[in-house]
Design a protein. Structure first.
Length: 263
């Protein structure tokens, strides 16, 4: 059963303790419930190293905003099962028919408590101030989403919501397609790539402090100059079979990996 998150529930579930293990997400990363296709992307998304860099660990309340098809949900929810709380920040189901369908599809996909535990649902989107109860999250994570909010014109609003959701000392982890600093700012509105300086500005304006950056998800083969933007590369392959082998050889996008802390 997937339920709507409340502050009392979040704190009660996250407080459940169990013996910590050295690599808490290794078992989930190797889990048989993950498809071969998803596991094949580990070479580009580096889940174990990325989560370790962000300091994600059992016992925490971890909010993933806009989890999409749940690539990281398949790792985070089982890894926190019984010792922490995974919260999926999904679109407001009252916003549109498609949003409602998306929420229901997510719930159905991750309904098996034996695998994923008791997932909680928070609401995230334009005009939504509270993803979860203010100050209740230990970690907020976002993977390859900032460009969508930027193109929609509400990226600062999103970062403000992250700040509000986190406890003092809490962590915001951001992975995003990386645009060279020398490129025109206008490219961020159409390419799917974002500048590190711009993302850092959004976070700092919301109140965060940059705690570190990592090259875990870097890809020097990515030239970032494709007619169809980042979606030219895998896994999207926007151009279909046109030059597919060429883009497959490049691999997934070059990405920034930034860790921010709420003072």
């Amino acid at each position: 059963m997937i339920r709507t998150i409340t502050l009392a529930t979040a704190l009660a579930v996250a407080a459940i303790s169990a013996p910590a293990i050295a690599a808490p997400f290794d078992a989930a990363i190797a889990g048989p419930w993950r498809s071969a296709e998803n596991k094949a992307r580990d070479t580009y998304r580096h889940p174990a190293q990325t989560l370790a860099f962000f300091g994600v660990k059992p016992g925490q309340t971890v909010v993933e905003v806009s989890p999409g098809g749940g690539w990281y949900t398949e790792i985070l929810a089982p890894g926190l099962k019984g010792n922490g709380l995974y919260v999926a920040g999904l679109a407001n189901p009252l916003a549109s028919v498609n949003a409602a369908k998306g929420v229901e599809a997510f719930k159905a996909k991750f309904a098996d408590k034996a695998i994923h535990g008791d997932i909680a649902i928070g609401t995230f989107g334009k005009g939504v101030a509270d993803i979860v109860a203010p100050g209740s999250a230990d970690v907020v994570l976002t993977f390859r989403n900032v460009h969508n909010w930027h193109m929609g014109g509400w990226d600062q609003e999103a970062f403000n919501a992250f700040f509000k959701a986190l406890k003092k000392g809490g962590t915001l982890g951001v992975v995003e397609h990386r645009l060279p600093e020398a490129r025109n700012d206008a490219d961020m509105k159409k390419s799917g790539y974002m500048k590190v300086s711009y993302v850092t500005m959004l976070a700092e304006k919301a109140g965060f402090k940059l705690a570190g950056s990592s090259e875990i998800n870097a890809n020097p083969k990515d030239s970032k100059d494709y007619p169809d933007g980042v979606w030219t590369l895998p896994p999207t392959f926007q151009k279909g079979d046109v030059d597919r082998a060429k883009y497959a050889a490049i691999g997934e996008s070059d990405r920034m990996t930034l860790k921010f802390v709420k003072p």
